[in-house]
Design a protein around this ligand. Structure first.
Ligand SMILES: Cc1cc2nc3c(=O)[nH]c(=O)nc-3n(C[C@H](O)[C@H](O)[C@H](O)COP(=O)(O)OP(=O)(O)OC[C@H]3O[C@@H](n4cnc5c(N)ncnc54)[C@H](O)[C@@H]3O)c2cc1C
Length: 362
């Protein structure tokens, strides 16, 4: 079985790796693998959010991926380090509304069997001495983060170690079991997975409507640096009806995100974006201004028409979609990859992915 995966972001790479593990011959086509949303991403792996209560099928998808993460990483680490940390996520409330939100979040997590610990103001500052005084917090000790840059590099190493190929070209057109590249070469496939993020629907050759439009939603994201790290665990700071996430890496990087902007395919970083993130992080970490400025970058989240992932077979035989993961692609990579491999091997996927069929847009 010869499978071609168009798009080497975290979704395409995870799919290709899991497929290669099952003995499938894989070719990933991408002009610059792991350089887009999956490169910008913070890699936060939170325990869930009360917003998900409104959409139980999404909650089930997230929980399944959360359960898969440790074994996914353990298997990947047979090839290379994956940058996974499962040492806690702190939700910290900085106003009364946010404090009430934590109560609802606690009830949700308990109903899902997620280990949860309620923290008072003193316990918050004992855990995170550099955080501004919080009114209270919720610690989820079994959740955490993954460094997507480390994860993506590990996936490429693993694919190549298993005999897979990464072709650094763009796919332009899909024909009858062939993909035409931007240099005119063609690559043949038995099965094709289209996982090109917010560019997926731009690939030509398929009948209209087979690939729903995947719109770009820009996120600017800041990286500061300190030695030692300024925070101990991944933190979501809730205040004024919104949240700021702060993801520390063991090497001293602190990732702070992010903006949500609908501006087409514009990937520029702006003064406003930088200023806004710096202002917000300084409210939460008063000493943030003394940290080394490391990077400001932007990525385009792939947003489907209903903002939910698109995973599964299309109406065209042997052509599959894995896209539209919007703000949860890193989180949902294990469940997506395993579902795609089930489809590619003609076995039933985990039923949690069924609501995300591309056919819902037909
Ligand atoms: C600022 C920011 C922060 C985020 N934080 C988190 C987070 O904390 N947790 C989380 O779970 N998610 C997060 N996300 C979302 C997550 O990054 C995305 O959902 C995920 O990266 C999508 O992966 P992808 O592989 O579908 O797309 P991408 O990473 O965009 O990859 C698509 C790939 O397709 C390639 N491509 C495009 N056109 C073609 C073509 N014609 N031929 C071949 N290849 C092509 C591109 O080069 C690219 O490598 C964040 C996103 C952003 C922008």
């Amino acid at each position: 079985m010869n499978t071609v995966v168009v798009g080497g972001g975290v979704i395409g790479l995870a799919t290709a790796w899991r497929a290669a593990l099952r003995g499938i011959t894989v070719t990933v086509i991408d002009p610059a693998p792991a350089s887009k949303a999956s490169h910008a991403s913070a890699g936060m792996l939170p325990p869930g959010h009360e917003e998900l209560l409104k959409q139980e099928h999404v909650l089930r998808l997230c929980m399944t991926s959360r359960d898969l993460y440790p074994s996914f990483v353990a298997e990947l680490e047979e090839f290379a380090p994956a940058g996974f940390r499962r040492d806690g996520v702190l939700d910290a409330a900085f106003d009364e509304d946010a404090l009430q939100g934590l109560e609802r979040q606690e009830a949700l997590q308990e109903s899902l069997g997620i280990r949860t610990q309620r923290l008072g103001p003193r316990e918050c500052s004992e855990l995170e001495p550099n955080l501004a005084p919080a009114l209270g917090g919720l610690l989820s000790p079994d959740d955490g983060s993954v460094d997507p840059r480390v994860l993506n590099a590990a996936l490429i190493t693993a694919i190549e170690a298993l005999g897979g190929t990464v072709v650094r070209r763009s796919a332009v057109r899909v024909g009858d079991h062939t993909v035409t590249l931007d240099n005119g070469d063609t690559v043949t496939f038995d099965r094709l997975v289209l996982a090109a993020g917010c560019w997926t629907h731009q690939i030509e050759g398929l009948p209209e409507g087979v690939i729903p439009e995947i719109r770009p939603v820009k996120g600017q994201i800041l990286r500061l640096h300190s030695d030692p790290p300024v925070l101990n665990v991944t933190t979501r700071a809730f205040s004024k009806g919104s949240s700021l996430y702060l993801v520390p890496r063991l090497g001293g990087e602190l990732v702070i995100g992010s903006t949500y902007e609908e501006r087409g395919y514009d990937e520029t970083v702006t003064a406003d974006g930088t200023f806004g993130l710096l202002a917000r992080v300084t409210e939460v970490i008063p000493s943030a201004g003394t940290l080394r400025f490391a990077e400001i970058s932007a990525g385009l989240r792939p947003g489907s028409p209903d903002d939910l992932p698109v995973i599964g077979p299309t109406t065209v035989p042997d052509v599959y979609l894995a896209s539209g993961h919007f703000r949860m692609g890193v989180q949902l990579a294990p469940v997506t990859a395993d579902a795609m491999v089930s489809y590619l091997t003609d076995t039933d996927p985990d039923p949690v992915v069924l609501p995300f069929t591309p056919l819902r847009f037909s």
